[in-house]
Design a protein around this ligand. Sequence first.
Ligand code: SF4
Length: 225
Amino acid sequence: MESVQLQLTIYKLYTKLERYYGKTNWWPAEGVFEIIVGAVLTQNTNWRNVEKALNNLKDNLMLDYAKILDEREDFVKQLIKPAGFYNQKYSTLINICRFIKEELQGNLELLKTMDTSNLRDKLLNIKGIGKETADSILLYCGYHPVFVIDAYTKRIVSRLGISKESSYDKLQQIFENALPADVHLYAEYHGLIVEHAKTFCRKKPVCKECFLAYICNYKAEEKVG
Ligand code: SF4
């Protein structure tokens, strides 16, 4: 797709999703640390499993970086187990809790005032933190205008015929070039993508009921909804 056309299509997709779903208020969380934990736990799993793990942490008053650092490893692992890959996610969680303690002195407000690319580099240096997690923290915790790309974004833009790009950086660039650098817009757009991937554009899509079917390129024989 030609670049001006591509930019227009990306913006129009936002307006269509927004008209259908309304405001998502994504990221769903009661506090900044909960967003960070959710961003770590959501790697390679669906949000429902993340919610179970977050609820376990909440019920045990463990949504606190210092408590996670102090608590017994097997206990924390048990709480986050529903999110899957719990050994790996536990290590990442510990690494980011150490970062909060040592680099931010426990002050999560600093995420809002640090330079965007400097903070991104620091987050990406934490073992276990990839681009999607780092950008989620930048956008939703620090209010930095960074567009989050995830598997849902790739799936939806590919099926709609907007872009087949699979590179994180390139797809992020495509979205950021198409949209004004607006934190609220980026935050909502990502939320709308998640919403659409959960509602219609699932792994096995429900195309027959989807309000975007009339503009979708997904092959007719694959529209098995
Ligand atoms: S028509 Fe099907 S493939 Fe296309 S966006 Fe809707 S659910 Fe996804």
